[in-house]
Design a protein around this ligand. Structure first.
Ligand code: SF4
Length: 279
């Protein structure tokens, strides 16, 4: 598993839970820290299980609502959900900043994370540079025309422009100490001027499609239930059952351990709250 501390031998237990009964309907262990790649196999697993049990041939086509947290949001997953007409609500990690309800959250509770990295010099932000999309030009805060270093179209259709200040302009610029992290860089012919990039969102990506769903009144209501549905299940397995880390090695054994704990959780739910009917 790739982590911020390098590659470690570890696994990530992913589970899907039904809202009504908090029963685990699919559980798989993955040797990856990131969750993006796990969405599709989990959904395919749910579909196959419901079909096998004779509940529904294609539960996802039946428009069952799927929610997942921001860790599962990326363009590939949103495209998969859109193309397969899956009724999903998966927010991107900026969805709260678009929601007026959370506008005063920082004031009230303070910042969860620092806005800036400690030890990284802050420079004039890209918002102070004037981009002309039509002409593909950029004017820096000193009024100099920058050169277009790179122009790319990303997979989601967004355009990205990268500009760089000319060495001769940046070298003698009175603003260079505020504009550049390394103001000495343009002094050398092999150095660089200030670099700045802009991403132009065309609003046509699958992520834009998902943003509209999540930002709608209905989307907010649906997503608001996610935490109270799935987190108590993980809390039960972690705190009550004591599985705060896998004790086995190899994918097959870890998968077995994860399924066993999921099964115990489900048996306990059925024992406490009712009889199993077509789960
Ligand atoms: S350092 Fe370069 S890019 Fe920045 S304001 Fe000066 S000339 Fe413009």
């Amino acid at each position: 598993m790739l982590t911020s501390k390098g590659t470690i031998q570890g696994y990530n237990g992913v589970a899907a839970v039904d809202k009504k009964h908090q029963i685990i309907v699919e559980a798989q262990a993955f040797g990856e820290g990131q969750e993006h790649h796990t969405l599709k196999p989990i959904l395919e697993g749910i579909k196959a299980r419901y079909d096998r049990l004779g509940i529904s041939e294609d539960v996802l086509a039946d428009q069952v609502i799927v929610t997942a947290d921001t860790g599962f949001s990326n363009e590939d997953n949103n495209l998969y959900l859109k193309e397969n007409r899956i009724n999903a609500y998966i927010p991107d990690n900026a969805f709260r900043s678009r929601d007026k309800k959370f506008a005063k959250q920082k004031e009230k509770y303070g910042k969860r994370h620092q806005d800036t990295k400690v030890g990284v010099k802050q420079v004039i932000p890209s918002s102070e540079f004037k981009l002309n999309q039509k002409n593909k030009t950029c004017i820096c805060p000193s009024g100099n025309l920058m050169w277009l270093k790179n122009e790319t179209t990303q997979r989601n259709g967004d355009k990205k422009f990268a500009f760089e200040g000319r060495l001769t302009d940046c070298r003698s610029c009175p603003l260079k100490y505020d504009c550049m992290r390394n103001p000495d860089s343009p002094n050398d012919r092999s150095g660089h001027g200030r670099q700045v990039s802009f991403t132009i969102n065309k609003g046509k990506s699958a992520t834009d499609w998902m943003k509209k769903r999540v930002d709608s009144q209905f989307g907010k209501k649906v997503y608001g239930h996610r935490m109270s549905v799935v987190e108590p299940v993980f809390g039960n397995i972690d705190t009550n059952k004591g599985l705060n880390r896998f004790s086995l090695r190899s994918k097959a054994k870890v998968q077995g351990q994860w399924l066993l704990f999921s099964l115990v959780h489900n048996i306990e739910k059925i024992m406490n709250y009712g009889q199993m009917r077509g789960i």
